[in-house]
Write a protein that binds this ligand. Structure first.
Ligand SMILES: [Zn+2]
Length: 125
């Protein structure tokens, strides 16, 4: 399994469908209130404008999942260095990076990455 999976192709497909009217913006701009809150409060600003509403309101929000994470399983990363701290302590877990627009609620899974002690060497190379 590759340690990083990028969902750029899926994103392009969804945006094409939106432009062609195959899907409605209501179908793709449906960020959960929790996700919206995370985007506003702890999201990392993206340089690109929102692909749906064109505003500069895109944020990246990260969540971590892994059986070994115990109480951190499913946690939204809020602090600098939090990911590195978890990676030093645990063998393997996944980080899901979601792009969210806090204006129109567009959201899309951008990347899935594997982190932890098992992936340290590969990440450097
Ligand atoms: Zn937007």
């Amino acid at each position: 399994m590759p340690s990083h999976v990028d969902y750029a192709l899926a994103r392009r497909a969804v945006l094409n469908d939106l432009r062609r009217g195959v899907v409605k913006s209501l179908d793709v701009c449906d960020a959960h209130p929790e996700l919206m809150r995370a985007a506003r409060n702890v999201g990392t600003p993206m340089e690109a404008p929102c692909p749906v509403c064109s505003k500069d309101s895109l944020r990246l929000v990260s969540y971590v999942y892994g059986d070994g994470l115990k109480d951190a399983n499913g946690r939204c990363l809020t602090k600098r260095g939090e990911l590195e701290g978890l990676a030093r302590k645990h063998d393997e877990f996944a980080r899901y990076v979601v792009e969210v627009c806090h204006e129109c609620r567009w959201n899309h899974l951008k990347r899935r990455e594997l982190h932890g002690k098992l992936h340290r060497v590969r990440r450097v190379s």
